[in-house]
Design a protein around this ligand. Sequence first.
Ligand code: FE
Ligand code: FE
Ligand code: FE
Length: 230
Amino acid sequence: MNQKSKTTEKSAPSKKSETGETPVEEKNNSDNKMELINTADSDSEKGKENNEQSKPLKKQDMDQNKHHSELEEFFISALQDIYYAEAAIEAALGKIKSKATTEELEEAMEDHQLVTKKQILRLEKVFKHLGKEAKKKKCDAIDGILKEVDEMVKNTKEGSMTRDVALIIGAQKVEHYEIATYGGLLQIAITLGHDKVADLLETTLDEEEETDEILTEIAEEYVNFEAKME
Ligand code: FE
Ligand code: FE
Ligand code: FE
């Protein structure tokens, strides 16, 4: 009895309930963004004449404004990784959503599939802003997590609540990988002064976090409890 089942008189799994909740919406909270940490600020009018005592400079700081820094390259590469991952996630959601036992979970996965499609387009916008072509780079991590989700589905009975427990945990592993990734990329975008890109990444980060919370709610409201009873 370890979860906060709220008076669950709906002890039936509600295979076909209504819940037209749309847990995801495009939100652009651009105002709670942290200040720009302009690492590459123009050294012209800042330090009077000797601009080398003001900053702990590395050797190749001169072209810090150029788009060829190592961090910039790393950033692009990480974006390619998550771009691959989002496509893999979108395809996986399309396949496994119907394996859910409850309507709630199936709908949550369906909603997130739609959100994921938008996130893919949003990443394409990110590449465009950076003047790069949208390319995918194989992400072994997401391939591994998705493989594990497949296995968990196979190892649980169709129509059981334990199946949904497995799907929720699997989906949350995916979301947490994304949250870690977008959280880091957002900070790098801010550091590099890519404001617009930072906004876009933050929107996606918010969506992933929201999805994670929805999944937790579904589990704690009744799925875990029902699974325990079967
Ligand atoms: Fe995503
Ligand atoms: Fe990856
Ligand atoms: Fe996601």
